[in-house]
Write a new protein. Structure first.
Length: 435
């Protein structure tokens, strides 16, 4: 058994008995209450599931196994000569619950490199689609096409003991994560570079190899991909892509079915598609205001105009956070270190100064601060990736690290099928004695 898999078994399997004991002694403990507005409002704030990999605190921001993004940028192993953590490290942390050593990260990177070969029929499926097909549709289809390789499907058909479900789930998760960069790069080069594909370089780390296959070989873009893949990797369990992956997986659907479902959720404009909306909003603002360097007053007037039209300022506000998203700040640090005198980046930074005070003056807005989407697209544009429809695919590659680590935990802990109860408006009216 490989080291990472053996380490996971040592951590996860004993927790099954621990959780059984916890439920036996405290299963009737009331953990919280919910109200009617939460039932109709997307269940926001209702704690109804357990996700081991990360937790989003409204005031502190996202923590991965207890570690903040600033802490992880300092402590996780980096590539030789690199300034950003390797995504292999945050995957190890989420899966195992311990900070990895440099050797641990190298082992994960080498492991994924060995697993990264994509079967030819997956490319055939992509080639059968019109090139105008949205990148996320192609991404989801390719993931489903990979299901022919599912170790869980083979094991389940052979009659595997349910206590061992985690084992083929782990294998599928590792294989899928390893292959996603190749699939994504194939879609990108097929759509935007007339099928001029670039072969993978197994000597590169996971994120750097993605940059290479996309066609961006500068050291700075490789650093950006390492940062991007790290900070987008997980956001606790209640967001649409994570929850969907967990929900579909709870029916014992394999990794491929579960993750493809999660990506279909990520493709929505209220979730992963938001980074495109930010760029389009900024570019429209620049065009309407005549281009060039914008002033704070011009930006402020345009923000008021946007709000007056009944629209939101894209990239600002978050369902849970009540402070500036640490992921935004990580990208701000990156821009300040590597990028000078870029008009789009400078505009993003000016918007950060202008928008929060305006939104703070509106009583119903609880969070006037920027989220991760407010900055990510501008960084990609700076380095030449202007194909906005593809941005969510990058988000999806990163999100695989968290949701598939968690899905492996779900199977190790033997979590049951998710089946919350529902009711009807008529029954609610009867309960409240409303005629």
């Amino acid at each position: 058994m490989e080291k990472l898999k053996e380490k996971f078994a040592e951590k996860a399997l004993p927790m099954t008995d621990e959780i059984k004991d916890l439920l036996k002694k405290h299963g009737d403990t009331v953990m919280g209450e919910y109200n009617l507005s939460q039932m109709y409002g997307g269940m926001k704030g209702i704690v109804g599931m357990v996700t081991e990999t990360s937790k989003l605190d409204p005031d502190e921001g996202i923590r991965f196994r207890g570690y903040s993004i600033p802490e992880l940028r300092k402590t996780l192993p980096r590539a030789p000569g690199g300034s950003e953590p390797l995504p292999e490290g945050i995957f190890y942390l989420m899966l195992i619950g311990e900070l990895p050593t440099e050797e641990d990260v190298i082992n994960v990177s080498n492991n994924w490199a060995r697993r990264a070969i994509v079967p030819k029929h997956v490319f055939n499926v992509l080639d059968a689609l019109p090139k105008s097909t949205h990148p996320m549709t192609q991404f989801s289809a390719a993931i489903l096409a990979l299901r022919t390789e599912s170790e869980f499907v083979k094991a389940y058909r052979a009659g595997i003991n349910k206590k061992d479900y985690w084992d083929p789930t782990y294998e599928d998760a590792m294989n899928l994560i390893a292959r996603l960069p190749r699939i994504a790069a194939y879609i990108y080069r097929r759509m935007y570079y007339d099928d001029e594909h670039i072969e993978p370089d197994p000597k590169l780390d996971w994120a750097a190899n993605l940059a290479h296959m996309l066609g961006f070989d500068s050291d700075e873009f490789k650093r950006l991909m390492r940062l991007y893949m790290t900070i987008h990797s997980d956001h606790e369990g209640g967001n649409v892509s994570a929850h969907t992956t967990h929900l579909v997986g709870s029916a014992l659907s394999d990794v491929y079915l579960s993750f493809s479902s999660g990506m279909n959720g990520l493709a929505g404009p209220l979730h992963g598609l938001a980074n495109q909306e930010v760029i389009r909003w900024i570019l429209n603002m620049q065009e309407e205001l005549g281009g060039g360097k914008l002033t704070k007053k011009q930006i402020g007037d345009y923000v008021h105009k946007t709000l007056k039209e009944g629209k939101v300022v894209p990239g600002y506000g978050h369902a849970v956070l009540r402070k500036t998203d640490p992921r935004y700040l990580a990208q701000l640090d990156f821009a300040n270190e590597y990028i000078k005198n870029d008009n789009l980046i400078n505009t993003v930074h000016l918007i950060y100064e202008v928008v929060p005070p305006i939104l703070s003056s509106i009583a119903k807005i609880k969070n006037p601060w920027p989220n991760v989407d407010a900055h990510s697209g501008a960084l990609l544009v700076h380095y030449g990736m202007t194909e906005y429809d593809f941005y969510t695919v990058l988000f999806g590659i990163s999100r695989s690290l968290g949701v598939l680590a968690q899905l492996t935990w779900d199977r190790a802990l033997g979590l049951p099928i998710e089946r919350p109860s529902s009711t009807t408006t008529e029954l609610i009216k009867k309960k409240l004695n409303i005629n």
